[in-house]
Design a protein around this ligand. Structure first.
Ligand code: GLP
Length: 236
């Protein structure tokens, strides 16, 4: 793991944006894995301002809430359209997010996994980290899903995401998420994290034991991970 210590969220976003801009400049038809959450918003703003040509890029997102249609502002499809896709010249038909309102969610997971297989290895996969160490919506457990699955969100995740809703009872209890094997199937993984609240979990992910109870710790097994952090993490 290569760990880059940024001074603050702005610097983290700029450094991460530079990695994406270089990728797309060098390979205009890049396949990018994208993420949601508060952390990537600054990075997406930077990409919007960059003038970089995304017209030949294809994107795949990590996850989506079960039950939320793309028009719902808490859905990840809405988030991506609003925070990134409308700011760059990517073709909307080349952007992929699991469908949270599919009649048969298991079948939708199978479709998404088949799509990932068809598209092939991502050039970059962007990740955030949940307060409990989750990546995508791969929640801590005794075993983890390898491929796209319907997951039950943990109490910690429901609480962490409640800030986006009027009431915690409105937070979806389930989501569709890429599995760990699929997340890891990227040439380069870029994990961003900011805020002192993420410092301890990031420390476990980067330097702790490799355990399914901290899904991000599995990234230690990937040969090409860049962590860009503004949490105050110190080197071990
Ligand atoms: C959600 C997403 C994750 C994201 C995490 C952290 O649960 N499924 O992909 O990394 O939130 O979000 P934030 O950046 O808001 O802390």
């Amino acid at each position: 793991m290569r760990i880059i210590h940024a001074k603050n969220k702005e610097e983290m976003s700029k450094i991460a944006a530079q990695i994406f801009i270089e990728q797309v400049t060098n390979k205009p038809d890049s396949l990018l894995g994208l993420a949601t959450g508060g952390t990537p918003v600054g990075l997406y703003d930077e990409l919007g301002k960059s003038g970089c040509d995304f017209s030949r890029v294809t994107s795949v997102n990590l996850d989506e809430y079960a039950g939320l249609p793309g028009e719902n502002e808490n859905s990840y499809r809405y988030f991506m359209n609003d925070n990134l896709f409308r700011k760059i010249n990517i073709k909307l038909e080349n952007t992929n997010v699991p469908c949270g309102t599919a009649e048969d969610l298991q079948a939708e997971c199978k479709r998404y996994s088949a799509l990932l297989n068809k598209l092939g290895t991502r050039d970059i996969q962007l990740l955030g980290i949940g307060p409990n160490g989750h990546i995508g919506f791969c929640e801590p457990d005794t075993e983890l899903f390898a491929t796209c699955s319907v997951v039950d969100l943990t109490e910690s995740t429901i609480q962490a995401n409640a800030r986006f809703y009027n009431d915690i009872s409105e937070v979806p209890r389930q989501a569709l998420s890429m599995g760990v094997k699929e997340i890891m199937d990227a040439k380069h993984i870029v994990l961003i994290a900011e805020g002192a609240g993420k410092k301890e979990i990031l420390k476990k992910a980067c330097f702790g034991k490799i355990t399914t109870q901290v899904p991000a710790s599995l990234l230690q097994l990937h040969p090409n991970v860049t962590v860009i952090e503004a949490t105050g993490l110190e080197e071990e």
